[in-house]
Each structure stands twice: as C-alpha cells, then as structure tokens.
Write a protein that binds this ligand. Structure first.
Ligand code: SAH
Length: 243
C-alpha cells in the first residue's frame, strides 16, 4: 500500500497553464476527485477512475480522497486555479483534522495559476504593488465580514482581487460591495472585470468603480480593483511599484 493524495490546481482553463508537476501527478493517478466541471477537464484513460461531485460537498469529497489513499489509491484532488485559493487544499486538511486515522497518508499540495494572477497578466500589471484577495461569497462567512474587509482594504489603499463576485443565488450583494468601495473613497479607481480568463470565452472590461454596475460580474468573473495610483498606459492597466 503506497497511496497518496495530491491536491492539484488546474489553472484558469488553458491546458498550457497546467504545470508539468500537475500533469505528472495526473499521469500516475488511479483516482481523480473534484467538482464536476473541474473533473470534466481530465482526459479519461484506462486505470483512472473519475469521481466528480457537486458543489458544496468539499468536506465529503476530501474525506473520500483520504479514505481511497489510505486503501492504496493514488488520488489527485483537483481545483481550478490554485488549490490553496478558496479551494480544496484547506478542505483536505479540515478532513484530516476530523479523521486522525489518516494522519500517515502522504499529502502534497501542487500549486496552480490562480484566476487573479492570470487575469492580472492579461490586463497588464494591476497588482504590481500591495494587494489582497477577497472571496465575496457568504457561503462560509457572514456578508458583514465581506463588506468590512472590502472597506478596510480600500482604506489601506490595497489593490484587490474579488473571487465569486456574483451568483444567481446572490445577484445583489455585489452592488453592495461596489457601494462600500465608493463610500470608502475608491470611486475613481480602475476596476477590471475579467471573465473566463484563458478560455475561448475570455472577456476583459476596465471602467472606474463609479461606472461599474453589478451586472458586469458573474460566477466566471474575477474582479480586480486597482489602488489609487493604478492607471492606464496604452491598452494596459498597471500599478506603479512605489506608493
Ligand atoms: N481556486 C480557484 C478559485 C476558485 S473560486 C483559483 O485559484 O482561481 C471560483 C472563482 O474563481 C470564480 O467565481 C471566479 O471569480 C474565479 N475564476 C476561476 N477561474 C476563472 C477564470 N478562468 N476567469 C475568471 N475568473 C475565474
């Protein structure tokens, strides 16, 4: 029995942005576990069992991965982007905390290119100075805390990357985030809506926070807010290195 769990990031979408380390892990795997659309990105082959599961069952999925690895499976848990950014890596360690019987299963986290960095690269260099990442979903934290962090990040003049900005079940919270930015004085700042980065549906739109409307974002969009010095040069958006 020499099972393991590797928690791998598949990058933002383009196969060219999957790391060689992740490709090697997938080539050795007996099992792939993950959210349905991410598992759909893995090519089936003999000897590999795909285990797609629904959203919001991260802990069950993580427990299942540990269980299969304890029984000798070589299990790759897939996330989009980077597995440590609002994704499966923490879920696997939470499951490990709850199941000390799996303490000896070898676990490795294989990084990937996260949406915020892929989007920033497309736009230019909007995150070229200090920045932070905030998940706007209130699935695992109260929405008040989301608004508080957005306000404080704006006051601190951080550039920001927003994940999960808007979904069908919470279409209007993003409007409140935009209002919080304006109240904090960030209305004149540049904001970039980067949708489906590195896929054929990719689309980027840069406006000011004052001009932004909530319908500019959906679940496939990562939103980048510049700091007060972020500006345009040619067709690019960049943040100077000094403040
Ligand atoms: N672990 C992932 C993030 C998962 S949360 C990562 O590191 O990228 C899901 C959110 O990520 C989406 O709602 C969206 O905000 C963002 N996202 C993921 N892939 C994206 C892409 N190709 N283009 C734009 N945003 C993306």
């Amino acid at each position: 029995m020499s099972g393991w769990v590797k928690i791998a990031g598949l990058g933002p979408g383009d196969a060219a942005l999957v790391t060689p380390e992740v490709m090697a892990a997938l080539a050795e795997a007996t099992d792939v576990v993950g959210y349905i659309p991410y598992v759909a990105r893995i090519a089936p082959r003999p000897g590999l069992t795909l285990h797609p599961s629904d959203n919001r069952v991260e802990l069950d999925r993580a427990g299942h991965a540990l269980q299969m690895a304890a029984a000798g499976g070589r299990v790759v848990v897939v996330s989009s982007g980077d597995p440590g950014v609002f994704a499966m890596a923490s879920a696997v360690f939470e499951a490990l905390e709850a199941h000390p019987e799996y303490a000896d299963v070898p676990i490795a986290v294989l990084p990937g290119i996260t949406a915020m960095l892929a989007a920033a690269a497309r736009a230019g260099a909007p995150l070229g100075h200090d920045f932070c990442a905030i998940n706007l979903s209130d699935n695992l934290k109260p929405f008040d805390l989301v608004l508080r962090r957005v306000r404080l990040a704006a006051e601190g003049d951080f550039a920001m990357g927003f994940y999960n900005p808007r979904s069908a079940s919470r279409p209007h919270q993003f409007g409140q985030v935009l209002a919080a930015l304006r109240e904090a004085g960030a209305g004149p700042r540049l904001i970039t809506f980067a949708r489906a980065v590195s896929t054929p549906e990719e689309r980027l739109l840069t406006v000011t926070v004052d001009q932004a409307t909530e319908d500019m974002a959906d679940m496939r969009t990562v939103v980048l807010v510049g700091n007060s010095a972020t500006r345009r040069v040619g067709n690019y958006v960049y943040t100077p290195r000094s403040a």
